[in-house]
Ligand binder design. Structure first.
Ligand SMILES: *Cc1c(COP(=O)(O)O)cnc(C)c1O
Length: 427
């Protein structure tokens, strides 16, 4: 038995499913999860000493490659001054200032400890601000594991086959309305059927959590217009897309201003951090200025802020990172498309910048219903074939891959080669 297998056997006796987040268990693809020992630059290493090219990158945060030196330095420096105060610090002010500078719609921001916390807080704020109870989300979008979002949720919730989790009360579920992604008419119908009851529309402006799905032209603007017409807050969940699709996230890339934005992943540089922010008049309903309560003992933690600040400062000061991410994404997806053509395959690749998904279906994928037409057993075989060739993919068809600038052209070409060999092997 490999060390990963031994650790997994033991972990299963101590931790539900042996993992602290469900998708890590490899259930959707079969096989044994790798237990990771270390990572550097474009590579991740497991307990057995195997090396893999990284295309998950901690689900996004490692956009500059693993253990990026300026972030590592910032953490080292911060540690010398103790690890937590539970009191305000200079770094939180600097962090807020930088986020406001980078993210177009954000005028005021509150730090939390995860993306889940950010989305939970954002809808509470939207409800407090509007005095309405209901929210609209999209099928296949994932907004963390808050009760209100485990309705037609994406990511691990799809993979586990439990889109509607037991433990979420019926009352909570009734306040979450769902529409198919890219379907403006469905959203308008929901708004009209629930007149003056909808507080917010929340979405991933580019979806990562049913695989990568792009907003069709006019969809984001259409939502903006609907929200304006009916006094509903538009929330962009940019936990994945923030600081990735552009330094100001999808909202910068598409030129649409949401009322509230949720952030996570990259914002912590690999530490557990989230944030929500938006227009000042909305954010001022948050306690202690306003009546909407939200708090956190470790929120704005100095070590996490130092890592996040170093990450965001680097991204803000190095626009060439985004140019390079575009090049890497185009090279990789271009190579994949050539392979598909060569092999006479019609599979769909959705791609934007440094996010992509190869969907094992001939149908275009513009929403969750189409994503579900994929051949999942085939994806499982493909995943394992890639792993044997040293490429570490997300262990589910319903995930985006996240590229980092640590990928050289040569490594991208190795991934393209592995992809071709793997497809040939499993078809
Ligand atoms: C990952 C993710 C979340 C949840 O963030 P956690 O830090 O895992 O709680 C929320 N929304 C989106 C879009 C995500 O990708």
């Amino acid at each position: 038995m490999s060390l990963s297998e031994q650790l997994f056997e033991k972990a299963k006796t101590l931790i539900p499913g042996g993992v602290n987040s469900p998708v890590r268990a490899f259930r959707a693809v079969g096989g044994n999860p790798l237990f990771i020992k270390s990572a550097k630059g474009p590579y991740i290493f497991d307990e057995d000493g195997n090396r893999y090219i990284e295309l998950i990158n901690s689900w996004g945060p490692m956009i500059l490659g693993h253990a990026f030196e300026p972030v590592e330095e910032a953490i080292r420096e911060a540690i010398r001054h103790s690890f937590s105060f539970g009191a305000p610090t200079r770094k939180e002010v600097e962090m807020a200032e930088l986020i406001v500078e980078m993210v177009p719609s954000v005028e005021m921001v509150r730090m939390v400890n995860s993306g889940t916390e950010a989305t939970m807080a954002a809808i509470r704020v939207a409800r407090g601000f509007t005095g309405r109870d209901k929210i609209i989300k999209f099928e296949g979008c994932y907004h963390g594991h808050g009760d209100s979002f485990l309705i037609a949720a994406g990511s691990g919730a799809i993979t586990m086959g439990t889109p509607d989790s037991p433990g979420v009360t019926r009352a909570t579920a009734l306040d979450t309305l769902t529409a198919p992604y890219n379907n403006l008419a469905a959203v308008e119908q929901l708004i009209q059927a629930n007149a003056n009851q909808v507080a917010a529309v929340i979405l991933e402006p580019v979806v990562g959590n049913m695989g990568c799905v792009l907003p069709e032209p006019g969809f984001l603007q259409g939502l903006r217009d609907l929200c304006d017409r009916y006094d509903i807050l538009l929330i962009f969940d940019e936990v994945m897309t923030g600081f990735r699709l552009a330094k100001g996230g999808a909202q910068e890339r598409f030129g649409i201003r949401p009322d509230l934005t949720t952030m996570g992943k990259i914002i912590g540089g690999g530490m557990p951090v989230g944030a929500y922010g938006g227009r000042k008049e909305i954010m001022e309903v948050v306690s202690p200025v306003g009546p909407v309560y939200q708090a956190g003992t470790l929120s704005g933690n100095p070590i996490a802020m130092s890592a996040g600040l170093a990450m965001l400062r680097y991204l803000n000061g190095h626009p060439e990172v985004y140019t390079r991410l575009e090049e890497i994404g185009s090279r990789l997806v271009g190579g994949f498309r050539q392979t598909l053509e060569k092999l006479g395959l019609n599979f769909t690749i959705n791609h934007l910048g440094s996010m992509y998904t190869l969907f094992m279906t001939d149908r275009p994928v513009s929403d969750f219903a189409h994503a579900k037409t994929c051949d999942l057993p085939l994806f499982g075989r493909y995943f394992n074939a890639m792993l044997r060739r040293g490429v570490y993919l997300a262990p589910s068809q319903f995930e985006s891959l996240f590229l980092s600038v640590a990928l050289t052209d040569d490594l991208v070409d190795q991934v393209i080669q592995a992809n071709e060999e793997s497809l040939k092997e499993v078809l």
